[in-house]
Design a protein around this ligand. Structure first.
Ligand code: NAD
Length: 481
């Protein structure tokens, strides 16, 4: 059965292979953003629960590190199969707790593929050797850090569960994951399946809780040697400071974005409109890579705007559990109020030409602003809603300057049929990913994903994530004659 009553949903912390209440029995409530009814009361990990989880991960580390990659991978294969069996339950839980339409639920599939890939990838953790020092064979070895902390955002919880846990474990580390207080339920179900798959106790610990309590205790913990974070740039700064002030743990950061999409006059306008409107509509605009700034050449602006608006406004708002729904509510009251406040501030600078507040629960309609001043707040900050600014430009130099005038540098895209221009512009865009005649959410699994500037530190992907979870040691071997 997919649907569960409140008391059938697991809400406890997963520490040392067991579900348990928090030490002080504190809970917080998850509310359905569509019905605005409570879904579950979830236990909040205290600093002492964080200590317990780190201690469990530390105790489990030596035995886990010393398994062969194949033996670690066996658990991953079992877990992938279990996630497959529970795919609908994951989609249902995410819909009722964060408003993500079941028709758009891809997280379980991402998790299955990621655990399957990393089930084999442990073998790639390898160092190098050198005979360059006379009388020595010197080698480098790649080694796990020990206890790794993972702190994630709410917009794709099960996907982050896999994208972070799988490579960290494949590299031989043990982990403590703190899920987002806005969407912990699918990760708790993931923990239940981890236990069923037989992972040894302590190898993975999953905690729910707020950032300023559970998250802060984890990022300043002296027993954690490496931390991987996905969330806002603001929080990233705090975590980096706690890491530096505690034990200088290594940090990797996947942070916010303000993706520009540039549409030149020779572009396939229909394709550019279809892709850019999808980018800012998916997950109700609640993605780090949403192309929230579009620059269209003035000579084709009218045609592009007409195409864009007709496609963007065709989103079907409704119950996330209804398979016809393509646009769910914002994920909760805080997110909804935040998006509305950005819209109100932007309305003082320029007019809304499509959409706005739906005046229906936490829904925001697909919203377009045009001719926005480049220094307006909405051009600089993440809105995290289905809200886009479409401005025009005259020259390539001008649009590059505007696109790069951002503290963020996660993703950018350029639409043109001129290969020289595409290559020239791709080189000059200051972002970790550039799409040519394509845009976000496209993220090929073997391409490095991460940000320039304030959008992050490090890269994630099938081929790059293991790097983040491995130290390099030089071993100098003097050879006797
Ligand atoms: P957030 O920064 O508010 O929270 C992210 C996580 O950090 C949560 O688990 C939260 O509890 C925790 N946290 C908050 N304060 C903390 C503290 N002081 N110490 C330790 N942990 C703390 O972000 P969010 O609202 O969950 O997510 C939205 C943001 O995430 C957006 O900026 C978005 O662009 C970004 N994001 C980036 C990527 C990426 O891959 N680059 C992916 C998804 C989301």
């Amino acid at each position: 059965m997919i649907e569960k009553t409140q008391d059938q949903i697991e809400t406890r912390l997963f520490i040392n292979g067991k579900f348990q209440s928090s030490s002080d029995a504190k809970t917080f409530t998850i509310t359905n953003p569509f019905t605005r009814e409570p879904v579950a009361d979830v236990f909040e990990a205290s600093a002492s629960d964080v200590d317990k989880a780190v201690a469990a991960a530390k105790a489990a580390f030596p035995a886990w590190r010393d398994l062969s990659p194949t033996d670690r991978g066996k658990y991953f294969h079992k877990l992938s199969a279990l996630i497959r069996e529970h795919e609908e339950e994951f989609a249902h839980l995410e819909a009722i707790s964060s408003g993500k339409p079941v028709s758009k639920y891809i997280d379980a599939n991402m998790a299955i593929e990621t655990f399957s890939y990393f089930a084999e990838a442990g073998w790639t953790a390898q160092g190098s050797s050198s005979w360059n020092t006379p009388g020595h064979l010197n080698i480098t070895s790649r080694e796990p850090y020990g206890v790794v902390a993972l702190i994630a955002s709410w917009n794709a919880p099960l996907a982050y569960f896999a994208i972070k846990i799988a490579p960290a474990l494949a590299a031989g580390n043990t982990v403590v994951l703190k899920t987002s207080e806005k969407a912990p339920l699918t990760c708790i179900l993931g923990a239940k399946l981890l236990a069923e798959a037989g992972f040894p106790p302590g190898v993975v610990n999953v905690l729910s809780g707020y950032g300023q309590t559970t998250g802060a205790a984890l990022s300043s913990h002296m027993g954690v040697r490496c931390l991987s974070f996905t969330g806002s740039t603001l929080t990233g700064r705090k975590i980096q400071a706690s890491a530096a002030m505690s034990n200088m743990k290594t940090v990797h950061m996947e942070l916010g974005g303000k993706t520009p999409a540039i549409v030149f006059p020779d572009a396939d306008l229909e394709a550019a409109a279809a892709q850019t409107q999808f980018s800012v509509q998916i997950l109700s605009g609640q993605t780090c890579i949403a192309n929230s700034r579009i620059y269209v050449h003035e000579s084709v602006a009218e045609k592009f705007l007409a195409l864009f608006k007709s496609m963007f406004s065709s989103a079907v708002l409704g119950d996330p559990l209804d398979k016809e729904t393509t646009l769910g509510p914002q994920t909760g009251k805080i997110q909804y109020e935040r998006v509305k406040s950005y819209i109100s501030a932007a309305e003082k600078e320029s007019a809304v030409t499509l959409g706005g507040d739906a005046n229906n629960g936490y829904f925001i309609k697909p919203t377009v602003f045009e001719n926005m001043p480049e220094d307006a707040q909405i051009m600089k900050e993440e809105v995290f809603g289905p809200v886009v600014v479409i401005n025009t430009f005259k020259t390539e130099d001008e649009v590059l300057q505007k696109a790069n005038d951002s503290e963020y540098g996660l993703y950018a895209s350029v639409f043109t049929k001129d290969i020289d221009r595409a290559v020239r512009v791709s080189k000059l865009l200051e972002t970790g990913t550039v799409g040519v005649n394509c845009t976000s959410p496209l993220m090929p699994k073997d391409m490095p994903f991460g940000g320039f500037k304030g959008s992050g530190i490090g890269r994630e992907s099938y081929l790059h994530s293991m790097e983040s979870y491995l130290e390099t040691k030089a071993v100098l071997i003097q050879i006797g004659s």
